[in-house]
Design a protein. Structure first.
Length: 336
């Protein structure tokens, strides 16, 4: 049934078995499907390479667990545009079997733990291409498995109508090249906000699955490989979605100019009670708490230029301190 998605008949038998039992090792598959051990190992390896199964260490050796069919198979189906309806019905049937199995089995299966930068990166890519409506990100400094500069999927998916919402903590925005990277994303359609600090790294896809790093790993100097949790429909996922909504409401909207540059004031200022695009860009970084020196470095202008422009904004707002400027910007709706 799934040949059109690149899944052979023998692979499909193994995958269907894993969907039914929620996980098995090589010996269990050999016994249930009456195939040779070498054949079972090859089929599992192929399914793992295609992103349909994950590996977990167990008492009886390595266990293989199915990636949810609607997450694993939809990206494969999306790459083909011909005669997909019959195969899609099969995917939906498998997804229902998976959900039904989840209700019959231990609720602990709602959280899957994956280890290693490569495995986490692969899972993030699969989830991104399986998104149907939106992705929401908590972006902290010192990424574990995926740097913002390497998130090539974002620009492709934005053109397909997938909504991206991202909250950046101040330390992340102060990393070299990040302001320019964020500006590129915003110009492409990303909706971004900033905050002083975030409690955790996270991405939520369609409000149906979240990925949260658990152990930072070698990327930040800790021992061992980074580890992440994949959290599916549960009260825990509901709490993470609520956490994102709270942080989003409290965050500062980030704005950019069309070019992403900070022009000199000699180019003109907004008149009356309005602010120009480049002023709004600067003000959004100030409200986010990014230091003047970091803003100057990121935008390729002098520290003096940044200070002069902030002082001019303070004069226009009738503010004598940065805190008053932030308050006046909110009152005058300069960042909406």
């Amino acid at each position: 049934m799934l040949e059109i998605a690149g899944i052979g008949a023998a692979e499909e038998r193994v995958y269907r078995l894993l969907v039914e039992v929620r996980g098995a090792n090589v010996d269990e598959i050999v016994q249930r499907l009456h195939i040779r051990e070498r054949e079972a190992a090859l089929l599992l390896s192929s399914l793992h390479d295609k992103g349909l199964v994950g590996r977990l260490p167990g008492d009886g050796g390595m266990r293989y667990v199915p990636v949810p069919p609607d997450v694993a198979l939809q990206p494969l189906l999306a790459r083909g545009q011909e005669a997909l309806e019959w195969a899609r019905r099969g995917v939906e049937q498998l997804a229902e079997e998976y959900r039904a199995g989840g209700r019959r089995h231990d609720a602990g299966q709602l959280v899957e733990v994956i280890t290693g930068t490569g495995a986490i990166r692969q899972q993030l890519r699969q989830l991104a291409y399986g998104a149907r409506s939106d992705l929401r990100w908590f972006c902290k400094a010192e990424p574990v498995a995926l740097r913002a500069q390497d998130n090539d999927e974002e620009f492709e998916l934005l053109t397909q109508g997938i909504r991206y919402e991202a909250i950046y903590e101040r330390a992340c925005l102060e990393e070299p090249g990040m302001v320019d990277n964020v500006a590129q994303g915003i110009r492409a359609g990303e909706v971004a906000r900033a905050t002083s600090t975030l409690p955790v790294r996270m991405v939520i896809v369609d409000s149906s699955v979240a990925v949260c790093p658990l152990v930072p790993g070698s990327a930040t100097g800790a021992r061992g490989e980074p580890t992440a949790a994949i959290i599916r429909s549960s009260s825990l996922l509901d709490a993470l979605v609520a956490l994102f909504d709270i942080q989003w409401a409290a965050g500062t909207p980030l704005h950019v100019t069309e070019t992403g540059e900070l022009a000199d004031f000699a180019g003109g200022m907004g008149s009356g009670g309005t602010v120009a695009d480049d002023e709004r860009y600067l003000l959004s970084l100030v409200v986010a708490g990014v230091a003047d020196k970091a803003i100057a470095t990121q935008l390729g202008v002098s520290h003096r230029t940044v200070q002069r422009r902030i002082t001019a904004l303070m004069q226009r707002a009738g503010a004598t301190t940065r805190t008053q400027l932030v308050w006046q910007a909110a009152r005058r709706d300069w960042l909406s």
